[in-house]
Write a protein that binds this ligand. Structure first.
Ligand SMILES: *[C@@H]1O[C@H](CO)[C@@H](O)[C@H](O)[C@H]1NC(C)=O
Ligand SMILES: *[C@@H]1O[C@H](CO)[C@@H](O)[C@H](O)[C@H]1NC(C)=O
Ligand SMILES: *[C@@H]1O[C@H](CO)[C@@H](O)[C@H](O)[C@H]1NC(C)=O
Length: 371
């Protein structure tokens, strides 16, 4: 306890000195006259020329610890450099496995900082101003598993990504360019998050996802797609496509998926015409989101579906007999064989309560319906 207090006050002292140092640093500005005029107000920092000063870390027992970072003695493989107003990546010590650089002002990532950091497994570069990542960076990082670079200003997917990568987060950038081979050989990639970019149909090359044999989650929400993305790995369990301009789904689109459990298509342009009758009759599907589209009827679904979001469409009625998925044995006393739907949203359509009796008769597991 005492040691911690001592450390804290030392940190405080260092920070105070640093702030004081910044304020008294001479500036290339004419000195104010030595009269007793009130001091001129400092102009607000104007980006990108004037960022707030870099915040230095506490003294470290590691001689290779960058001054801007925290190197906790108990985690020699972690390097914490987040929230320090950094403009560039410090030189990364070779012992680093986990690197935290989020919430800074870094605008490019050059290879030199990673010269000896060949052991890196995780890098978090989220919420910076990165426009470019030199491709030589990744040549030096064969062990990289997680790369997080969400909330930056990237216009394209970085090239030369390591083949062993398991998670890639590039959401909230301005990506509109993806090289056709950007994800080649990435057999271990489980999560690919590209939501909130500027990706259109033509940016997705035909075989872009072909090598992603172990992909579990693909997030392409909040882009400018008009079609369902083609050739998505059939290993996928979670497909998120909310907030695009998708109008239709090809009839056999989900045919070969064997693990698909979560599909989100909220805020698109789907109408009855664009949704083939059987397209969502997928036996693995648990959770289906179709809110904020232009549907007039409830699409058919499988008896394993548990959550269905149909709010804010143009649905006028629901016929429980027509949509009731037939179970292998419709034994009314065998609840396990009954359709599994538990949660149903129908609010924001052209319907009023009560919930039709045939809906209640079919879906015995229903716990919550919003109408
Ligand atoms: C990398 O390691 C070599 C050999 O130990 C050393 O000479 C060089 O200065 C290191 N580079 C950086 C950027 O730390
Ligand atoms: C939906 O698919 C199941 C197989 O998973 C099938 O038995 C069932 O008949 C299909 N539903 C309809 C309405 O065709
Ligand atoms: C629901 O559909 C069934 C079968 O198509 C039909 O017999 C029934 O009249 C419909 N119910 C209502 C309330 O329209």
């Amino acid at each position: 306890m005492r040691a911690e207090l001592g450390y804290c006050s030392l940190l405080l002292l260092l920070l105070t000195i640093d702030v004081w140092g910044q304020q008294t640093r001479p500036r290339a500005r004419p000195k104010p006259p030595a009269t007793k005029k009130p001091p001129k107000k400092e102009p607000e920092p104007k980006e990108p020329t004037d960022f707030p000063p870099v915040i230095f870390g506490p003294p470290s027992s590691f001689s290779d610890c960058p001054r801007e970072c925290l190197c906790p003695p108990s985690y020699p493989n972690a390097l914490y450099c987040e929230n320090r107003n950094l403009r560039k990546v410090p030189v990364i010590p070779p012992r680093t496995h986990y690197l935290y650089l989020q919430n800074n002002y870094i605008d490019s990532v050059t290879a030199d900082a990673f010269d000896n950091a060949t052991e890196l497994k995780w890098i978090n570069l989220g919420n910076n101003r990165i426009r470019s990542i030199e491709k030589q960076v990744f040549e030096k990082l064969p062990n990289l598993l997680h790369l997080y670079a969400q909330r930056n200003q990237l216009k394209e997917v970085p090239s030369n990504l390591p083949a062993g990568l398991e998670q890639l987060r590039l959401s909230r950038n301005q990506i509109s360019k993806i090289a056709p081979g950007a994800f080649n050989k990435m057999e271990h990639l489980a999560l690919l998050d590209l939501h909130h970019n500027k990706i259109s149909d033509s940016n997705l090359a035909k075989n872009l996802f072909k090598d992603l044999k172990n992909l579990i989650q693909l997030n392409l929400a909040h882009n400018i797609l008009r079609k369902m993305p083609a050739n998505i790995p059939t290993s996928i369990a979670q497909l998120f496509l909310d907030r695009n301009n998708i109008e239709d789904i090809p009839p056999d689109y989900f045919k070969d998926f064997t693990k698909l459990a979560f599909v989100r298509l909220n805020y698109n342009q789907l109408s009855d015409k664009g949704v083939p009758k059987m397209v969502f009759n997928i036996s693995t599907l648990l959770d289906l989101h179709l809110a904020h589209n232009n549907l007039n009827t409830v699409p058919l679904f499988n008896l394993h579906l548990e959550h269905l979001h149909l709010n804010n469409n143009n649905i006028e009625s629901i016929n429980g007999t027509e949509i009731c998925p037939s179970a292998p044995s419709m034994d009314p006393y065998d609840l396990d064989s009954m359709p599994r739907l538990r949660y149903l949203r129908l609010d924001g359509n052209h319907m009023n309560p009560p919930i039709p009796i045939d809906v209640i008769m079919c879906f015995r597991h229903l716990q919550s319906v919003m109408i």
